[in-house]
Design a protein around this ligand. Sequence first.
Ligand code: BEZ
Length: 221
Amino acid sequence: MPGLLLGDEFPNFEADTTVGRIKFHDFLGNSWGILFSHPRDFTPVCTTELACAARISNEFKKRGVKMIALSIDSVEDHRNWSKDVMAFNSDAESALPFPIIADDKRELSVQLGMLDPDERDKDGLPLTARCVFVVGPDKKLKLSILYPATTGRNFDELLRVIDSLQLTAQKNVATPVDWKPGDKVMVIPSLSEAEAAALFPNGVTTKEVPSGKKYLRYTQP
Ligand code: BEZ
């Protein structure tokens, strides 16, 4: 996949969206951001994903994360599709709580490496994959995930990942498998025992392993 690496500044692209023309960095302001792409409007898996994103949009808001979707159709299509999405949620009276970028020329999808070569439209042109970018308040890329068009994402996992990103942005820790807020976290390997003891007043516990190496260190953040 070409393009962006973790830590790169996210491009300050300009685009037409369902809420008008935006410059991405201005759209983000000082917030975190999540940009998620979809293969196409009026498609079944994408509709379930956008509906889920809309249902839990308050969870992103609570975490100070601005949401924005993208697919390779026009603003007009996006506006019409948004109505289907909210009706799918049995909430037809409400507006979709985040904008959708219109990338009908696929320029942004190419720039950000989001096209799925295995999924093509009726004219043989590639569709967008299910890409997720999480951008920090410093406008740098903190996470990218790329799913093929045929596999829908898990938006609860995206919230969990954001919780981890936001915690580890503040504290010098790492989160283990299936971590959830409130669970113990792990002390990063580069910290010495003395540094860890000084940094974590709640204490550090070390799990013994056959190698005798003391790298499985837990603390309560
Ligand atoms: C869908 O959203 O359902 C979909 C889109 C493109 C390819 C496969 C599935």
